[in-house]
Design a binder for this molecule. Structure first.
Ligand code: UD1
Ligand code: CA
Length: 455
């Protein structure tokens, strides 16, 4: 089959966003709209993706670095037909060309597969949608046989044409050869003085080509974003679909309207997700995981049976089976909690490997540390991992008991079975079986009279 080339139009200014950020970089589900469109094009198996940029071109390119895109500069925005024409030199004659838009981020891959598969050298594929309020869109004109004959833009339409509710989504597919014939022939003699891509429909019909019309399953799939209200609408639609997917796949959501997924969330069965939870990046939840209200979880693997309690923030971490985290815990990147561990309230961990059954229950900082199995870290324990210049490791062996309010000045090693007395500042290694106490000795002074207030 002839190769598929996708041309994404993204040169417009988007002035109604009232933003220094180019419109196509505004995010839906935590990702720039343009990146959604690029991902869709890749899923379609596009041989090459061409993005036509103009306003904010440098910013758009910088934000999209590393993605397989051929950048095409449209210096002046003279219309959608002119925009596609800028990509013509990069389109092989035998290509099928699909035109997408950087500000229409959520078109379904299956919708587009249908559109693309409907075309050949004598058939143009057009995606239309029927709207209650067609205001602003190009209207689809059909003849008595119901065949599409042309598209007329809102500003060029007659009163009668304005009554038509079937509108152009802008998305179409056609052979490169045809585009190369037609685009150079476009004129800008119309109400907006623009080169309209839509004029190729009438050209195709004149040449005896068929127009294969398809429609998306949902109008949101073809909704463009011109302002932040529309951005928010698409965001909510996206999130509602994600919520529906999660419920279908085995999650109970306390409120499907109060969970946001900004990335890829993979789940097992019997998941519980309470209100106001945000997932970012790649997150995996094993069977039976429970996430309390207000948690933020980013790039994490949480194994079966783990219980993440309210208002915990987890990033770049792995949580083992039946571990308990929070409330109010913060697991930072490089944290690996083994099975049956407990990290309680107001505990921060970073690059901390915590062995099976170990507990850090209250008010602690554990960073650059390795803890063995069944370690008990008392309340208020701090690993002093930073000397102002370098980070150092703390290593704690199996079964160690660290008394409350201990400072472990790294690098330091507390061997398995050792005990650290509460309130200690540990600066030297502790051996197996030893008790380390490093605090001021208590003095009790008898008959102490407290100062009295001067009258
Ligand atoms: C276009 C269609 C209209 C359709 C509507 C759907 C034309 C002539 N009209 O109208 O039939 O109903 O989309 O939303 O195609 N762009 C460029 N370079 C340009 C002009 C536009 O990159 O020179 C990009 C814009 O950034 C935007 C998209 O193309 O993302 C659509 O352009 P816009 O001028 O907004 O088209 P509409 O008037 O909405
Ligand atoms: Ca326009």
């Amino acid at each position: 089959m002839s190769p598929l080339h996708v041309v994404i139009l993204a040169a417009g200014q988007g002035s109604r966003m009232k933003s220094a950020l180019p419109k196509v970089l505004h995010g839906v589900a935590g990702r720039p709209m343009l990146h959604h469109v690029i991902a869709t094009a890749r899923q379609l198996g596009a041989e090459q993706i061409h993005a036509v940029i103009g306003h904010g071109a440098d910013q758009v390119k910088a934000a999209t670095a590393g993605q397989p895109v051929n950048w095409v500069l449209q210096e002046q925005q003279l219309g959608t037909g002119h925009a596609v024409a800028q990509a013509l030199p990069d389109l092989p004659d035998d290509a099928r060309v699909l035109v997408l838009y950087g500000d229409v981020p959520l078109t379904g891959v299956d919708t587009l597969e249908g559109l693309v598969s409907s075309i050949d050298n004598d058939t143009l594929g057009l995606l239309t949608v029927t709207l209650d309020n067609p205001q602003g869109y190009g209207r689809i004109l059909r003849d008595e046989q119901h065949q599409v004959t042309a598209i007329v833009e809102q500003k060029d339409a007659s009163e009668t044409q304005l009554q038509i509710r079937e509108v152009n989504t802008g998305i179409l597919a056609v052979s490169a050869r045809r585009l190369k014939d037609w685009l150079p022939q476009l004129s800008n003699r119309n109400a907006q003085g623009e080169y309209y891509l839509t004029d190729i429909i009438a050209m195709a019909v004149d040449h005896g080509m068929a127009v294969a019309v398809s429609q998306p399953g949902n109008a949101y799939e073809v909704q463009g974003v011109n302002n932040r209200l529309q951005l928010a609408e698409l965001e909510r639609w996206y999130q509602r679909r994600e919520a529906d997917r999660l419920m279908t796949e085995g999650a109970t959501l306390a409120d499907p309207a109060r969970v946001d997924v900004r990335g890829n969330l993979t789940i097992g069965n019997d998941i519980l997700i309470d209100v106001n939870v945000v997932f970012e990046g790649d997150v995996e939840l094993g069977d039976g995981v429970s996430i309390g209200p207000g948690c933020v979880i980013r790039d994490a693997r949480i194994a079966a049976g783990a219980d993440i309690k309210a208002y915990s923030v987890i990033e770049g971490a792995e949580v083992g089976r039946f571990a308990q985290v929070g409330p109010y815990a913060r697991l930072r990147p490089g944290t690996r909690l083994a099975d049956d561990t407990k990290v309680g309230n107001f505990v921060e961990t970073k690059k901390a490997v915590v062995g099976e059954g170990s507990k850090i229950n209250h008010l602690s900082y554990v960073g650059d540390a390795t803890l063995g199995r069944n370690v008990n870290v008392g309340a208020g324990t701090i690993t002093c991992n930073y000397d102002g210049v370098n980070k150092h490791q703390t290593v704690i062996g199996d079964g160690v008991f660290v008394g409350s309010n201990t400072s472990l000045v790294a690098p330091v090693n507390v061997a398995g079975g050792a005990t650290v007395g509460a309130g200690s500042t540990i600066t030297r290694d502790v051996a197996d079986g030893e008790l380390a106490v490093a605090r001021g000795r208590q003095r009790n002074i008898a008959d102490w009279s407290r100062p009295v207030k001067k009258s």
